[in-house]
Design a protein around this ligand. Structure first.
Ligand code: HEC
Length: 218
């Protein structure tokens, strides 16, 4: 406290120049020059155009994204992606809807995940969010809304027990019969987590960790 009072009372040494604490008051000239330069640079009144430094980039002719374009070969401004382009991190899903395609996905797609505690936990959370309402907590087809819709099958029915993991993945991705697809809600990785959860926890099937082709997003 004493030191602070002492500092306020002390004047800077002669010749100390722009001390940080005194810079503004002791060097006003620079501010005046700078302010004048900015004012002059921006220039002008509302009636006159201001001076522009290198205006080329600011004044290029811009087309609206969806406007016709006389310059491009196909007449479009926003160009289409090159044929065969896929978004980053996107694996194409090469199966259509229906029984035959579901069976083919079952033969060809392998679950890339193991039933680790983390996968099971995340699988449960996704199942609880997206499937439980119809299929029920234990997967018997007895969820809260099951009475009001075409009855979902039990996962332990003879039919669904025959489904390989890839077919469950297909059901979630493309839907099945009256069930809607969930590809828009669940990423491919999330779908595999649900598949792993359903098979391990609800169907009590022990899958071997698989290698090979993995499903993607349609
Ligand atoms: C809105 C209710 C509803 C939700 C939510 C729902 N399902 Fe279904 N699911 C059904 C119905 C209804 C059927 C029977 C469809 C049919 O046979 O026409 C079905 C059928 C199935 C089948 C059997 C398909 C077949 O070919 O027999 C599986 C497997 C399945 N669902 C898994 C899931 C999974 C996994 C989720 C969560 C990602 C889910 N379902 C979410 C209503 C639902």
């Amino acid at each position: 406290m004493r030191a602070a009072v002492g500092q306020v009372g002390n004047l800077p040494e002669p010749g100390a120049g722009c001390q940080p604490a005194r810079r503004i008051s002791s060097c006003p000239t620079w501010f005046v020059v700078l302010a004048a330069a900015i004012t002059v640079g921006c220039g002008a009144s509302s009636h006159e155009r201001a001076y522009e430094y290198m205006p080329d980039m600011a004044r290029d002719p811009a087309y609206k994204a969806y406007a016709p374009n006389p310059v491009t070969r196909d007449g479009l401004t926003l160009q289409l992606p090159v044929a065969g382009t896929v978004p980053r991190g996107y694996a194409p899903f090469r199966y259509g809807p229906g029984e035959q395609e579901a069976a083919r996905a079952g033969r060809e797609l392998a679950n890339p995940l193991r039933a680790t505690p983390q996968v099971m936990q995340e699988g449960w959370e996704l199942y609880r969010t997206y499937c439980l309402v119809c299929h029920g907590k234990s997967g018997k087809g007895d969820g809260p809304v099951a009475e009001k819709i075409p009855h979902p099958p039990s996962y332990t029915s003879d039919r669904v027990m025959q489904f390989p993991p890839g077919r469950l993945f297909h059901v979630i991705t493309m839907g099945a019969g009256k069930m809607r697809p969930y590809a828009a809600q669940l990423s491919a990785a999330e779908r595999w987590k649900v598949v792993t959860y359903v098979r391990t926890a609800l169907q009590q099937l022990a899958d071997q960790p698989a290698t090979g082709q993995q499903g993607g997003k349609p």
